[in-house]
Write a protein that binds this ligand. Sequence first.
Ligand SMILES: Nc1ncnc2c1ncn2[C@@H]1O[C@H](COP(=O)(O)OP(=O)(O)OP(=O)(O)O)[C@@H](O)[C@H]1O
Ligand SMILES: [Mg+2]
Length: 505
Amino acid sequence: MLARVVTFAVEGVDARRVWVEADIRLGLPAFTVVGLADKAVREARERVRSAMINSGYEFPLRRITVNLAPAYLRKVGPAFDLPLAVSLLVASGQLEPQALDGCAVVGELSLSGEVRPVRGALAVAEGVRANELRRLVLPRSRAREASLVPDIEVVGVASLQELVATLHGEAARAGLPAEEPAHVDEEVLDLADVRGHNALIPGLEVAAAGGHNLFLQGPPGTGKTMIARRLPSILPPLASREAIEVTRIQSIAGLRGSAGLVTTRPFRAPHHTISAAGLVGGGNPPQPGEATLAHHGVLFLDELSEFARSSLEALRQPLEDGDVTIVRGQQVMAFPTRFMLVAASNPCPCGLGDGRCQCTPVDLARHRRRLSGPLLDRIDVLMRVERPPAEALRRQAAPGSAAVRARVMAARERQQRRLSGQPETCNAQLTSRQIREVGNVSASALRLLGELYDRHTLSARGHTRILRVARTVADLDGSDVVGPEHISVATSLRLDDSPPLAEAA
Ligand SMILES: Nc1ncnc2c1ncn2[C@@H]1O[C@H](COP(=O)(O)OP(=O)(O)OP(=O)(O)O)[C@@H](O)[C@H]1O
Ligand SMILES: [Mg+2]
């Protein structure tokens, strides 16, 4: 008898529909799986056999052929165990085929017949909805995540027996698993801990409000890493559409347990030894890199000059386009990479960067080569983190993150109102055409920018970047129009020869 079960394969950050077709006929006992299956899927035969027998079902001792269609799509991982077992149950007459109408099945099986969690439940649930199926049967611990998708019925099961009983209507549906206890934040990092850098706060505020890339440069031990790690405390919360995207990515990368929606912006701080593939994604089959894991959040590159040049070069295109396309063999996959880049570096290899610096010209040239050029051109806000004077370090109390965040959120709301109905969510994502169309830049502001363009060695890209930052400065100011005063603040936050922010603010 022939049976057909719908399941999904995760490809990149999307789920693609796959049919598991099982055919059982007379002949010498054999179990063959065809259809571009990887090793884990071929090994599924052993798990399925044991799981069926140990759950009290009959494993057909006949000639079994399973086909995974479409054949061109690569099937990876153990999530095919459950649909495979279900297809055999149907083909051998142990489960009614009607029970599977409009239904998709994913899950890994243990030898005893328990259903184990799989990655990418949210992506699969979205696939179920997009393919106009009604129901998704998946591991119970992933039911909460899958139920974030509306209009589909989510059936969480803990074992093969429970699946059969539930589909036959003999057992009541188990509800959603209990909410995981909110894990205590490792450490609440607040801007108030940073002393003597109050003059930098307006710049941080601009970067956070518009989602602009930020570069912190200064001698060792002045608080660069400290400031960067406190950025999430002033960023606005994830919008609901963003939260779904972040949850989908983290689930596919296996970073989530049984919790539902992600609520905090991702903050990724990879070590400087990371490879280009680790940063932007790669491998075979392609896996998301840090740039994708930081989607809608912060990618923090501490000690920027220590990163391999090839890794930094690989970041240029994803930074500009907001996604990265990876081609491996016949597979082409796009991963989203809309993150805020935050980088920190010393002014020179020895770190002193002043009269006491002992770096050789060769050291300095190498350091500058690493930092300068196309990557720095993509940085909107550049800050010098100088050694705070002793008095400021002792006395100056910084405003807490809550007050700064309130201003950032107000500015972000203005942006979202302006951009409503468009995929962009903040000023940093605007193209040069959009900024001209919706930016509302006054003629006098444009004139000033033109003068600056002539005077400095500003690239055309830098020109647009200043416009974007100026738009954010105006948003923080509560102003609909970008005026020359906003352009001057934006310029002071960017150009390499800008005065330290203390003077600019
Ligand atoms: N402005 C500051 N206010 C309060 N503490 C500070 C400040 N600057 C530095 N510190 C203290 O010094 C430690 C080191 O700071 P941090 O790691 O941020 O320096 P850094 O600028 O990143 O240095 P490096 O260039 O060596 O990485 C912090 O953990 C903190 O305890
Ligand atoms: Mg540091």
